[in-house]
Design a protein around this ligand. Structure first.
Ligand SMILES: C[S@@+](CC[C@H](N)C(=O)[O-])C[C@H]1O[C@@H](n2cnc3c(N)ncnc32)[C@H](O)[C@@H]1O
Length: 311
């Protein structure tokens, strides 16, 4: 503990503020607030003994945040280097009725095998999270490059020149975009939000349009990769059967040559799609148990190519 307080001493100026979060699960310590209070006293005493001065506590926006985790007899003290949760990538300013988190969108895209290999569409893009994350993966843009603040930036030993160099090195690996990336939504207020988020990143190559997926058709001759996050009839109400039947019919009739992925937490709805998923993976969207589903919609030409290969 003493060594750790010493480390904090090196990372903090006396005029900086700090806060302590505590989580406890132990027979000895039953009140997290008490543990946080005692840790604060220990930290303050160390400073006062050494310099006669003490740093102040700021629970809202501290310069330094410490976490104390006690599990039975084991105590872990850690210094928070991130600050606000890392899923907050820094480009989302607008709220949506049923958004997916940036981290979840990126994770689903990677699970689905997205790497920028063909044209991409999220036909129910809401505030634009999936197209933006798909774009970043396709171009190998580092996650969190748009984030302005990390907690470590307030540490006294933060080396801003080294941080700038690291960012520049990472940006050297960014590739040009090979295929279009599109998002669409039926609801114009969602379209406006998605466009604002795309603009915040200055990703002019992402196209966001207003369109009803159930009345749409594939607009590219080439292969298409879809990842969609349709309403679950939780936060956005739908006629579940008609809506999911509509998705299945639209894919079957108008999206030949598409690898379509969908995340839904409405398990009942899956049977209405009327397509057999090639893959079905259990995932959690926040607290909701969901499924990530893959539907291969083959085109005549693709079957022909496969047959040609067999000959
Ligand atoms: C769960 S939200 C998607 C949220 C999005 N992933 C985000 O991060 O903001 C579902 C979206 O589907 C849209 N939607 C519902 N019916 C649609 C349809 N027929 N065609 C296109 N979009 C539709 C809704 O307007 C809503 O924005």
């Amino acid at each position: 503990m003493k060594a750790f307080i010493g480390l904090i001493g090196r990372s903090t100026y006396i005029d900086q503020t700090f806060a302590i979060d505590a989580t406890v699960k132990s027979d000895y310590f039953t009140h997290s607030k008490y543990v946080a209070l005692k840790t604060k006293d220990a930290l303050v005493d160390q400073f006062r003994n050494r310099s006669g001065q003490r740093p102040n506590v700021d629970t809202e926006s501290p310069d330094l945040r410490l976490h104390i985790h006690i599990f039975n007899e084991q105590c872990t003290v850690s210094l928070d280097s991130s600050g606000a949760s890392l899923h907050l990538r820094g480009y989302k300013t607008e709220s949506h009725a049923a958004p997916i988190s940036e981290l979840m969108a990126a994770g689903l895209l990677l699970m689905a095998g997205w790497k920028g290999q063909c044209e991409f569409l999220d036909p129910m893009c809401g505030s634009g999270t999936i197209p933006i994350e798909a774009y970043m993966i396709a171009r190998q843009i580092p996650a969190n490059i748009h984030r302005r603040e990390f907690a470590f930036m307030r540490w006294s030993d933060f080396d801003s020149a080294m941080f700038k160099n690291c960012r520049e090195e990472l940006m050297k690996a960014v590739k040009p975009l090979s295929y279009p990336i599109k998002g669409a939504d039926k609801d114009f207020s969602s379209v406006k939000k998605a466009r604002l988020h795309v603009d915040a990143c200055a990703y002019d190559e992402i196209e966001i349009i207003q369109a009803d997926f159930l009345k749409s058709e594939k607009s590219t001759e080439g292969e298409l990769f879809i990842l969609m996050n349709p309403p679950y009839d939780e936060r956005i109400s739908i006629d579940t059967q008609a809506f999911y039947e509509g998705i299945g019919n639209t894919l079957k009739r108008h999206y030949a040559g598409t690898e379509a992925w969908m995340i839904t937490a409405n398990q009942e709805a899956i049977k209405f799609i009327g397509l057999k998923p090639g893959k079905k993976m259990k995932v959690f969207n926040g607290p909701l148990e969901a499924r990530l589903l893959k539907f291969e919609i083959y085109s005549g030409s693709r079957k022909k190519i496969e047959n040609d290969f067999k000959i």
